[in-house]
Design a protein around this ligand. Structure first.
Ligand code: ZN
Length: 284
């Protein structure tokens, strides 16, 4: 083990929890490379196409100095990089754009807060509306959540206290990266054992305004429902957003109940009441 960081020469510290030696310098290029790779990875912001090699190149070229700089990338500039083709540049830019709307839990995970793995990020997203609320929370509030102890809480509080991190959050926000959710996910209900959508199959089509497609599907699954891609006789509901596809016509042909976004939200909030209504044949 080197005593000093090979990249920035700062003396390394040993982290008791993971038995790893780490460079404590937050602006160390080696540290930032690790963070950037983590940020773009699949369970995080999921910026497919921007692999390890390109992360390194963007840093070396001075094109990114924090994760929020990803959202300032332009295709023309990417194309000037050696061995960058039009197809890949387009893919990277498209995926950067798409990553602005990842579920909150994934963005919290992406930030690379020590001790905030995907499970803790999930817990946070089930209890906080977003980074605004989270940045004003207290240790008392955090440790009320089952699964979050003082060590994790302190790490989260310290992360949000650091001015550099606050600046990154501000930059992400002003670039249009979604860091807040309108309501707490109803998966909390499922976690407590209730699965009101058990035995029901949903198809989601079109664009919803309150959630991304995968978030909507996550809510359904969280309540015990199944999501499929095509409408069949077994489909319980078709959830329809803006500019839906031909699935609506199929649903109409088969007589499948159709829910608009408002109806869907209502169903999520009070699944039992709507189920009763549906059983009586009076749909919301
Ligand atoms: Zn270093």
């Amino acid at each position: 083990m080197p005593e000093r960081c090979p990249e920035c020469d700062t003396p390394v510290v040993k982290n008791e929890d993971d038995a790893m030696h780490r460079c404590p310098n937050p602006s160390c290029p080696a540290q930032f490379f690790e963070l950037l790779k983590h940020f773009v990875s699949k369970g995080a912001a999921d910026i497919d196409g921007l692999g390890e090699r390109w992360c390194g190149i963007l840093i070396d070229q001075g094109m990114v100095s924090d994760v929020a700089d990803l959202y300032r990338q332009e295709k023309d500039r990417l194309l000037k990089l050696e061995r960058m083709g039009d197809k890949l540049a387009t893919r990277i830019i498209d995926n950067i754009e798409a990553s602005k709307n990842r579920p909150l839990a994934r963005m919290l995970f992406a930030l690379g807060i020590t001790h905030v793995g995907s499970e803790v990020a999930d817990l946070l997203s089930q209890n906080y509306l977003g980074v605004t609320e989270l940045s004003n929370t207290t240790e008392e509030d955090l440790t009320e959540i089952e699964g979050i102890g003082p060590k994790i809480a302190e790490s989260i509080l310290a992360w949000f206290r650091a001015p550099a991190n606050r600046r990154v959050i501000e930059k992400l926000r002003s670039s249009g990266v979604r860091m807040e959710q309108d309501t707490l996910p109803t998966t909390v209900v499922a976690a407590s054992g209730a699965a009101p959508f058990a035995g029901m199959t949903f198809v989601v089509t079109g664009t919803l305004s309150a959630f991304s497609r995968s978030e909507a599907e996550g809510r359904i699954k969280g309540l015990g429902g199944k999501v499929t891609s095509s409408v069949t006789k077994k489909t319980s509901y078709v959830v329809v957003g803006e500019s839906p596809g031909s699935k609506v016509a199929n649903a109409e042909k088969l007589g499948t109940p159709i829910l608009d976004e408002e109806g869907f939200l209502h169903l999520l909030e009070s699944p039992d009441s709507v189920l009763t209504a549906e059983q009586q044949g009076t749909l919301v």
